[in-house]
Design a protein around this ligand. Structure first.
Ligand SMILES: [Zn+2]
Length: 159
């Protein structure tokens, strides 16, 4: 039980980090075009520009690198905002998958928000702050974190 809650807590922060990263790439992408090349064996390269994440699968990805160049000045408003649906098309030497950043953000934020809400709600008889089991507790304070448990008693009394 405790290990599970620790895993959920970890996932919550991973989710937060991915959301922050998505927004970060979105902002940086207004000025820079970032390339992350995974190298020849994987054949993948990730491009972040404007509000779009473009994942290329191509045998011409023949080296691993992180590169940046200034974003094309002719970038359209819809490219800047990433106003698109996920799609893919063939490029000269492979295939390109286009993921708008808002799709990534939605995909990361939804489970993150659910995890945060879940972690706030501890079952009755547990400390509402840290989730410690307060069965048989008479001190009126959570021994784990020191939170007063009076409000928890009142909500239990409603039953
Ligand atoms: Zn507590």
């Amino acid at each position: 039980m405790r290990r599970r809650s620790r895993t959920l807590r970890g996932l919550k922060w991973v989710g937060m980090a991915l959301c922050v990263l998505s927004v970060g790439f979105w902002i940086v992408g207004q000025w820079w075009w970032l390339h992350l090349r995974a190298g020849p064996r994987i054949g993948l390269s990730f491009n972040f520009v404007g509000g779009l994440v473009m994942i290329d699968h191509s045998p011409s990805t023949n080296y691993a690198a992180i590169e940046a160049q200034s974003a094309p000045p002719f970038m359209s408003v819809s490219e800047r905002l990433g106003l698109a649906l996920p799609h893919s098309f063939y490029i000269w030497n492979g295939i390109r998958f286009v993921l708008p950043v808002w799709v990534c953000l939605l995909a990361f934020a939804t489970p993150t928000v659910l995890l945060w809400r879940h972690s706030r709600r501890h079952p009755r008889g547990h400390c509402q702050k840290c989730g410690y089991d307060l069965t048989g507790n008479v001190s009126g304070r959570c021994p784990e974190c020191g939170e007063p448990v009076g409000s928890e008693r009142e909500s239990s009394a409603e039953l």
